[in-house]
Design a protein around this ligand. Structure first.
Ligand SMILES: *Cc1c(COP(=O)(O)O)cnc(C)c1O
Length: 355
């Protein structure tokens, strides 16, 4: 098998000349910036925010490169992983012609983004144990299949995909394999980031929205070969990561110890919640989780979901999703939130028994 990035890239993107911003055309030290039509007087905030941000996010990439143990040329930053997902479609999939493979039940944005970009979705549903159906995937691949989307740990099922299965796909597919590792910090498995040198067709997605606790700042990361990163850089809007996010993220990346402490607490609480949910009378199954949420199969899932809403507690109802029938997805909360949830579920059982 041979991987040819040029053949995979859309012809218009291959030919594309990236927008050259005012700050791209000048690099060096200057005192007077009259090149970008900013407000030279400042802003109602601090002086800093009247200037356009670094379109290449050099400072963050340099620090991420240390945190992740990978060269900055292998890092792309998006306005959330959701932007990375969209850019992968726009760079590699010809609308109305190409197709991609997803393995449901999985993260909803792959399909939405495919639909926005007029790219055909082919589905190879996970097996009953929520692992990949390799035979089905292989049968779906044709000459127009550009991307295979794998999510590990998977949302909403919570499990990690078997590493050997992922390797099988990487070794046998000439297109790009995207592994979405949004929940990797909570997993027992290790990231595929370190395998980039072995696989020119690999893109790993991570995010600061989950374990790092910064969903509000919108910072997603794609890790891949330098040539794939170059393509994404060319296609992205020049100033996709705003200055406030760049400032705050730079500061937060120094606090990796604090983040690791939170991860440990969340994983411990997840395991405690497994015990509690398993002991509830109508819970049929608590699926093993490598993430900061649990998928729980429960009788009358929809009714409990609605009862909890009346108590001001919102879960994710997945009971209509194929393979997740009667399942609720429950994020691990704070100690107090978890207790509120457990008490409310207890209330539900009590009301039912008294009727
Ligand atoms: C939450 C989540 C993301 C995060 O998206 P952002 O745009 O970075 O907030 C990506 N993939 C999966 C599977 C998720 O569950």
């Amino acid at each position: 098998m041979s991987f040819d990035l040029n053949k995979l890239t859309r012809p218009n993107i291959q030919k594309l000349v990236a927008y050259s911003s005012a700050r791209d055309e000048f690099s060096g030290e200057a005192k007077v910036f009259l090149d970008a039509n900013e407000n030279s007087l400042g802003s109602p905030l601090t002086k800093w925010y009247n200037r356009y941000p670094d379109p290449h996010q050099r400072a963050i990439k340099q620090q991420l490169s240390t945190v992740k143990g990978i060269g900055a040329e292998h890092i792309f930053l998006g306005n959330g992983s959701d932007e990375c997902i969209d850019l992968l479609f726009r760079s590699f999939c010809e609308p109305g012609k190409d197709n991609v493979i997803i393995c449901p039940p999985t993260y909803g944005m792959y399909e939405v983004s495919a639909n926005i970009n007029d790219v055909t979705i082919k589905k190879a549903p996970l097996l009953d144990d929520f692992q990949l159906d390799l035979v089905h995937i292989e049968n779906l691949i044709d000459t127009n299949t550009k991307l295979i989307w794998l999510c590990s740990p998977n949302n909403p099922t919570g499990n990690s995909l078997n590493r050997t299965d992922i390797e099988m796909v990487l070794n046998n597919f000439n297109g790009i394999v995207v592994i979405d590792e949004a929940y990797i910090n909570f997993a027992r498995q290790k990231s595929f980031i370190q395998e980039l040198t072995d696989y020119p067709n690999l893109v790993v997605l991570q995010t600061l929205s989950k374990a790092w606790g910064m969903a509000g700042l919108r910072l997603g990361m794609a890790f891949a070969s330098a040539s794939i990163i170059e393509i994404l850089d060319k296609v992205k809007p020049p100033y996709n990561i705003n200055q406030a996010t760049q400032d705050l993220v730079l500061k937060a990346l120094e606090e990796i110890g604090q983040v690791n402490d939170m991860i440990k607490i969340l994983v411990d609480m997840r395991e405690a919640l497994v015990e509690v949910f398993s002991s509830m009378p109508t819970v049929e199954k608590v699926y093993p989780s490598d993430a900061n949420f649990l998928l729980v199969k429960i009788k009358e899932a929809r009714k409990i979901y609605e009862f909890l809403l009346t108590k001001g507690i919102v879960l994710r109802d997945r009971s209509n999703v194929q393979l997740c029938e009667n399942c609720l997805r429950i994020t691990v909360g704070t100690e107090k939130e978890n207790t509120l949830l457990i008490d409310a579920m207890q209330d539900w059982y009590n009301t039912k028994q008294s009727v």
